[in-house]
Every structure is written in C-alpha cells, then in structure tokens.
Design a protein around this ligand. Structure first.
Ligand code: ADP
Ligand code: 5GP
Length: 205
C-alpha cells in the first residue's frame, strides 16, 4: 500500500523507572524504519550514556539559547533538569519517512498534542509503585534524594494518563515491546496515511 512519505509520530511517556527506555531500545533494535528523536538535556550523563546517542548533553546556557531561538518543538524542566526536542532533528527524521518515537515527559507530550494532531500518544505504567521503586533502585545511578523526587513526580505524571491514546502496563518486557509494536503497526495502516493519489491511480481510473 502506498503511504504518504511523512513518518508517524509516537509520543511515549512514563513515570521515570517504568521501563520506557528499555522498551524503546528493543523496538529500535528490531525496526530499522523507526527512529528515536535524541533530546537535548542539561542533565549529566549516567554511566554508559553516550553524547548524541542517549541525549545531546549541553550546558544550561546553550539550552537557554536554543529556547530563545525557538529551536525546540517542545521543552520542559523535569527533575531539576531541562529537556527538549530539536525541531531540526525531529523534522529531518519525520520528513525522511521514518516513524519517530519521542520519549518525553507529560509536559512535553501536552505541547506536542497541541501542535501535531496526527501524533499517537502512549503512556507506560509499571505494574505497581512497589515495582517502580525496585526498578529505580536497580538502576543504581540515582541518588536517594533524586529517587524520592522521581517517585513524587511519578504520582503527578500518572494522573495525566488519560491524555494518552494507549496505556501499556510494563510487566513482562517482551509483551510490552509487542504491544508497542502493535500500536505502531496499526497506526501505519490508518486511512489518513494512505496516499490519495495512489488510490486514484490504481483504483479509480
Ligand atoms: P525509564 O526509561 O522509564 O526511566 P528504564 O528503561 O531505565 O526506565 O528502566 C528502569 C529499570 O527497570 C532498568 O533497570 C530496566 O532494566 C528495568 N526494567 C525495565 N522494564 C522491565 C521489565 N519489564 N521487567 C523488569 N525490569 C524492567
Ligand atoms: P531521564 O533523566 O530519566 O533520562 O529522563 C527524565 C524524564 O525526562 C523522562 O520522563 C523523559 O521522558 C523526559 N524527557 C527526555 N527527553 C525529553 C524531552 O526532549 N522533552 C521532554 N519534555 N521530556 C523529556
């Protein structure tokens, strides 16, 4: 089926520690036509994180300059750090036809909701708060204070779950990956992604 050339937009949010990064990494490794938009952040890199792969790690001053030049399609302050999606990098991917995953918080998702009506919004939940705490502990790189802050913020973010089109409870990792792939596959078949010219040329002559 002939598709429109612009890729789909998939906005994924979750309380920190729910497993969003893990799920997205699996999806990306299995699907060459799905890309993740790499965000800019003022947060310091965690162990093993690479500049340009996990994030573009920048100084606060650079981030503020990017805001004033309107270089972000959305940005937000999360857990005391700034995070934003570069307009140029995002448009580059979508206009090349890639389906693009935005791993962003609920504030950013709200901004994208307002400016990209074609976006698909997915919220990932942990099976319980107890499991969320354990997963944050397993990640080790968070200080105790940082962990408390993330847990407090989780409650605020979870309240926004109904702003999203879909909710995935990330219990068994493999199942969650399949569920997210199913949402992406379904979106690819939506009627508004079919090229009207292809219908006309093939069926209506
Ligand atoms: P987020 O990106 O949502 O903050 P991560 O992907 O970093 O969360 O996951 C937090 C921790 O939970 C990591 O140690 C990860 O390996 C683990 N994790 C993620 N998904 C699952 C799952 N389904 N079952 C068990 N552990 C998981
Ligand atoms: P972390 O510090 O754990 O990598 O990310 C913290 C939070 O920031 C997560 O909820 C993540 O989705 C969010 N985040 C990452 N990049 C962006 C971004 O570009 N914009 C917004 N609004 N949030 C982001």
């Amino acid at each position: 089926m002939q598709k429109k050339s612009r890729g789909g937009i998939f906005v994924i949010s979750a309380p920190s520690g729910a497993g969003k990064t893990t799920i997205c990494k699996k999806i990306l490794s299995r699907n060459a036509n799905i890309k993740q938009s790499v965000s800019f952040t003022t947060r310091k890199p965690r162990k093993g994180e690479k500049n340009g792969e996990d994030y573009y790690f920048v100084a606060q001053k650079t981030f503020q300059q990017m805001i004033s030049r309107n270089e972000f399609i959305e940005w937000a302050e999360v857990h005391g750090n700034f995070y934003g999606t570069s307009r140029k990098k995002f448009e580059g991917l979508v206009s090349s036809g890639f389906d693009v995953i935005l791993d962003i918080d609920t504030q950013g998702a709200r901004q994208i909701r307002n400016s990209f009506s074609e976006g698909v919004f997915i919220f990932i939940l942990p099976p319980s708060i107890k499991v969320l705490r354990e997963r944050l502990q397993d990640r080790k790189s968070n200080t105790k204070k940082d962990m408390q802050r993330r847990l407090k913020r989780a409650a605020v973010e979870i309240k926004d779950y109904n702003m999203y089109d879909y909710v995935i409870v990330n219990d068994i990792l493999g199942d969650s990956v399949k569920k997210l792939e199913a949402i992406i596959t379904a979106r690819r078949m939506s009627s508004d992604r079919v090229d009207p010219k292809w219908i006309k040329d093939n069926f209506l002559r």
